[in-house]
Ligand binder design. Structure first.
Ligand SMILES: C[S@@+](CC[C@H](N)C(=O)[O-])C[C@H]1O[C@@H](n2cnc3c(N)ncnc32)[C@H](O)[C@@H]1O
Length: 327
């Protein structure tokens, strides 16, 4: 019999998730966690990641992560390392890191953490190739809302072991002001953070953002985002998905790719006892992805007391890995 033990934080208990869903629909801005909820969405995202992510398609991107991992491992004095994978997704990058840590003679343990049970399980299964089952502590948690994150992450993993925290590909999908104070509070001075972000390539920032638009404006991404709406009772011909580039609202100068669903006929949705009406012409923000440049990553992290020590940027300029410490 094969089973898995997963700890589920109350931030992902059903009543809380339903409340978050109603909030998303009432505010017209879908929390991106709802695009990873089901097994179907998890598999759709893994397929589109496979098709469009530089991490899976650009050999130099994988090599860049490897260089970042080797460079970071060389700085770790401890013989035992606990990897906390925040928003682990399918866990491919974390598993590679764990393998290299093992090859370097480190005793590894791992907490794959994601908002989605299916993702967490996929990451745990991947990691079992390199981490013993009793050293793997899967955790489902909403990093954007869970109270007392430092306590949540004090628990899993062996006590007193050095921590290497990964936050790969996460920052583009959060408002920096919502997630970075929480990440900074979680990081202890002795922890190392490995942080990665999709970047806008080239010296012309607006042109760089336009260049990567096709990585989002494509059929696989449309289908993945539509699954959320279809599961709620929206019909395909209720409207259209639009992609575009927009500026961050507070004037930071950051740009993001945004996907919106525009209703071309009215639709009423029911969630629990709540009814949410979308008249013709209403729009729902389905998804956004901020695009950074290396200096923008450095400045944004510095605003929250996080210091970039070293970075590794792909030749294409489309992805970067950053080793970070709390100041
Ligand atoms: C773009 S994927 C990155 C996955 C992985 N780190 C990688 O680089 O391949 C974003 C991941 O964040 C997770 N996620 C989204 N919102 C989250 C939240 N509020 N708390 C924790 N995880 C979240 C999703 O389920 C998804 O697995």
């Amino acid at each position: 019999m094969t089973t898995a033990k997963i700890v589920i934080h109350q931030s992902q208990f059903p009543a809380v998730v339903q409340r978050d869903l109603i909030h998303s629909l009432r505010t017209g801005r879908v929390n991106h966690k709802f695009h990873y909820d089901s097994v179907k969405q998890t598999n759709q995202w893994l397929a589109l990641h496979q098709a469009h992510s530089p991490a899976r398609n650009d050999g130099d991107c994988a090599a860049t992560y490897d260089r970042a991992f080797a460079g970071t491992i060389a700085t770790l004095g401890s013989t035992a390392i606990h990897v906390l994978g925040l928003g682990c997704g399918g866990g491919q990058k974390d598993t590679r890191l764990l393998r290299l840590l093992g090859d370097a003679g480190k005793a590894v343990s791992y907490t794959p953490c994601d908002v989605a049970v299916a993702m967490t399980l996929v990451a745990q299964q991947a990691a079992l190739a390199v981490v013993p089952a009793e050293k793997c502590f899967p955790l489902v948690c909403d990093l954007a809302t869970a109270d007392e994150l430092p306590e949540v992450f004090a628990g899993p993993g062996p006590a007193g072991v050095a921590r290497l925290i990964t936050f790969f590909g996460m920052i583009p999908n959060f408002e920096p002001g919502e997630i970075l104070p929480r990440l900074a509070a979680l990081l202890r001075p002795e922890d190392t953070l490995l942080f990665s972000a999709n970047l806008a390539p080239g010296p012309d920032y607006p042109a760089g953002v336009q260049k990567i638009l096709p990585q989002y404006d494509n059929e696989l991404t449309r289908e993945w985002l539509m699954t959320f709406l279809l599961d709620l009772g929206v019909e395909r011909d209720d409207g259209t998905v639009w992609f575009g580039v927009e500026d961050e609202a507070t004037g930071s100068g950051l740009k993001k790719i945004v996907a919106r669903f525009q209703f071309t006929q009215p639709r009423q949705l029911r969630v629990g006892d709540s009814r949410i009406a979308f008249p013709t012409g209403a729009t729902l923000q389905l998804f956004f992805s901020y695009r950074y440049t290396p200096p923008r990553v450095e400045q944004t992290l510095a605003d929250y007391g996080l210091k970039v020590e070293t970075d590794w940027i792909t030749q294409s300029g489309e992805e970067g890995v950053f080793r970070v410490k709390r100041v």
